[in-house]
Design a protein around this ligand. Structure first.
Ligand code: ZN
Length: 226
């Protein structure tokens, strides 16, 4: 009853076009959802995401839900997620992507889902890690493990020291710390992130994760920059 009252006072609107959502619709109206540019690749070993990291990281599988371009609907959706406090977009995209991933044989082999850690400073400002809801939704649907301890981000100020001496990629690499534990050895770990552009952040994470003995690594992202 309480929930019904809240809906009456604050009807849920579509994150994209702000029309009222119908029963059964969440975050986006059906029309906006259909307008989003879905990747739907059949090949998860060689595709647009894996190509971005080719020669830099040994990836087992990679998949993205949406294409990202300047001015497209994906961009405004991710903008709302990151800068407008719309944390629910994260879980929404995770549930959507998870339903697709469930149809893929390789996803059954995933042991752990890991979110890309955010800066402690950014997390404080935003109040949440924008990848967490997405990562947890995928983990729940696939029924595998989840860890936000394995990989952590160093405090921003500490890494400033490196900036004069190291290249940009090296600086990013130094932003992450691995907390290795035996339970991760020989496992299939899928890193999750919101957006892949150059792939520098993912690469830095994978450099750390690949230090785990006999690990297999995959990448699952909300969107990839076209
Ligand atoms: Zn809409």
């Amino acid at each position: 009853m309480f929930r019904g009252l809240i809906d009456l006072l604050f009807p849920e609107v579509c994150s994209s076009c702000e029309c009222s959502l119908l029963e059964g619709e969440k975050v986006l109206c059906t029309r906006c959802r259909h307008d989003l540019p879905v990747c739907n690749w059949k090949d998860h070993q060689q595709n647009f995401v894996s190509d971005k990291l080719k020669g830099r990281v040994k990836l087992n599988f990679a998949d993205a839900l949406l294409y990202f371009e300047k001015g497209n609907k994906t961009q405004s959706l991710l903008h709302d997620l990151k800068y407008k406090g719309q944390e629910n977009i994260s879980r929404y995209l995770g549930l959507w992507h998870a339903e697709n991933l469930k149809q893929m044989d390789w996803s059954k082999d995933i042991d752990y889902i890991i979110p890309v850690p955010t800066h402690p400073k950014r997390r404080r400002e935003r109040g949440y890690n924008q990848v967490e809801g997405y990562a947890k939704a995928i983990q729940q649907v696939l029924g595998c493990g989840y860890s936000d301890e394995l990989l952590q981000r160093k405090n921003f100020s500490k890494t400033q020291v490196f900036k004069n001496r190291l290249s940009r990629t090296e600086v990013i690499e130094h932003n992450f710390i691995l907390n290795p534990a035996e339970k991760y050895f020989g496992k299939h770990i899928a890193l999750t992130d919101d957006l892949i552009t150059t792939g520098a952040t993912a690469e830095a994470c994978f450099i750390q994760l690949s230090k785990l003995k006999d690990v297999r690594l995959s990448l699952i992202v909300m969107a990839v920059a076209a």
